[in-house]
Design a binder for this molecule. Structure first.
Ligand code: 5GP
Ligand code: ZN
Length: 112
């Protein structure tokens, strides 16, 4: 998936505002933030979506890095939302698995 947008970000071919990193995952700011804090956590390895994940550790790693991001961004105490949009109806627009970390304001429920 050499032409995948987020794979290119992992390789540093496209710039991103990095927030945090672990051995398996990268966290960077969303280019079009939907909340005061809007960070994307992605596995460095390519998965088309959450449906392509065959075992738990990669998703666990993503959640652990999201937890670190939430604390570092100061939104852990007030609350935040983790979202994985999947497929057309789920609103997925980039075909590399990513976890949205959204916070810094009251978020409405249900989502649109
Ligand atoms: P999705 O809609 O697939 O759940 O989320 C994709 C997200 O990637 C969107 O929120 C969009 O703003 C963000 N995005 C798209 N292209 C880029 C980019 O080149 N850099 C960054 N940092 N975010 C991007
Ligand atoms: Zn990719």
């Amino acid at each position: 998936m050499s032409d995948c947008l987020f794979c290119r970000i992992v390789r540093g071919e496209i710039p991103s505002a990095k927030v945090a990193e672990s051995a398996s995952c990268l966290a960077f700011r969303d280019i079009a933030p939907k909340a005061p804090t809007h960070v994307l956590v992605i596995p460095k390895a390519h998965f088309d979506s959450v449906l392509a994940v065959e075992d738990g550790p990669v998703v666990g790693d993503m959640v652990m890095l999201a937890q670190e991001v939430a604390r570092a961004e100061g939104i852990a105490e007030g609350g935040f939302r983790l979202v994985i949009n999947t497929g057309a109806d789920g609103g997925q627009t980039v075909g590399h698995l990513h976890l949205h970390v959204l916070g810094g304001r009251g978020l409405k429920w249900p989502p649109g």
